[in-house]
Design a protein around this ligand. Sequence first.
Ligand code: NA7
Length: 532
Amino acid sequence: MDFDVVIVGAGFSGLYALYRMREVLGLSARVYEAGDGVGGTWYWNRYPGARCDSESFYYSYSFSEELQQEWAWSTKYPEQPEILGYLEHVAERFDLLRDIQLSTRVTAAVFQDDRDCWEVHTDTGDVVTARFFISAVGCLSAANVPSIPGLDRFEGEWHHTGAWPHEGVDFGGKRVGLVGTGSTGIQATPVVAEQAEHLYVFQRTPNYSVPARNHPLTPEQLQEIKTNYAEIRRKCRESYAGFPYDLTLTSATAVSDEERLATYERLWAEEGGFKFIYGSYFDLLFNQAANDTAAEFIRGKIRQIVKDPVVAEKLVPKDYPYGTKRPPIDTDYFETFNRPNVTLVDVRETPITDVVPSGIRTTDADYDVDIIVFATGFDAMTGSLLKIDIRGRDGMRLQEKWEAGPRTYLGLQVAGFPNMFTITGPGSPAVLANMPTAIEQHVEWIGDCVAHLRTHGLTRIEATAEAEEAWVDHVRQVAELTLYPQANSWYLGANIPGKKRVFMPYVGGFLPYTLRCAEVAERGYEGFALQP
Ligand code: NA7
């Protein structure tokens, strides 16, 4: 066997998985990464305005005390280059690069039944074997470029935000069409508007965005964070969503209108960001009446900020509850629609029909543009994994197994695919949690599992079909108790034409999930078949 472990991807999860496997368990490991640098999401997403929506001090690794003490974040929400720099630093500091093969895409992985290992194929012609195959491909990495007729005849340039040119794009004096108003479009819009001659924002669904209230971190703030890291990380691990915020264990409907308004005002004006949803009332995502209070508050803010009432009304979300699509965070997003060089095009009212050589055509008008920016998201949670031809036991193809939606046990393993692990896979809290916290928990669980197998002389672990079935049912049932399924979100696969609608992440909460994972391990990997 060439390696103990092959890991696909060198983003947040792949880097930590490599560290854990090599430095903590002493295993031989190889990481394959399609990019020509490490960083994953933060390597590819270089669009203007790209920054993290989680605060730097907890959107970071906790596994090394030295690392968290020596690294100094510049701001509350760092920009993409700073986060990429952090991940490059991690790769260098822990000497990870020597086991990472860059510019190499894994094309296929085939389980070898007789040897309990995986044969992994790459686009550079490598064929290697490893006992364990770990997917660290990320949840939001397979870019979704909508198939709009005529795009191939467009005479200007176009880019997807998730595959942004390294040399950047010069918007100066250009007419720009930006399609998509999810978190990405909302980050990019104000920045592009400042540079472009004219910006047309093509919106299909309006979004409930909350101001980030970004600011530089002073040396005193940084010191306070560093002194309190143990407590911050504990709060993250013991929370509903991996954030170190204190939720009010009161229903939003159980307090007076004045008190609730004062809370929302404070969170909007002073705190900003995810605190609005994860640091306010606990039942915003479970109770329609509670959600209505927050949704209505945000609608009121949009109507106050946007001066043209017709434009404001188009920007106000009305047909899904707040937070059931990933809640965006912004800096001057709604304010940008007050600029004379910005036009909102409501493509639900007047859909895009095609791209013509000079720009974008809707049922109503032609918009001449020099550059099209597709901020149209990703084939989330399953897209990147299913690009790889993965064949498990008895030649079973993952594409076929997941035809009706992804099926996993704990988001960690798939029945029929022994010795394969998915970091933050579908069925785990992953994208509903603070990603680095979720990633560290998964990597550590997988590491402990591999160590257990080695200690006991076992060479094979596979989720049982029964355990998988029960987990898939549980994930579905918990989602049905919430408001989440009401929105056409990428959590449901609703953004990809033809994708089966299945609610993919686990909404039962990060802490309950981690306790369940720990319990499974303590019970000798309950729900898994272990073999010598
Ligand atoms: P999202 O959140 O999937 O947003 C994509 C946006 O693009 C959203 O507004 C979509 O409208 C819109 N979209 C997608 N396809 C089309 C077509 N064909 N025509 C018009 N508009 C379209 O992706 P982001 O990159 O913003 O964010 C992804 C995650 O990255 C984010 O949630 C964070 O976790 C980080 P829709 O809402 O589907 O009607």
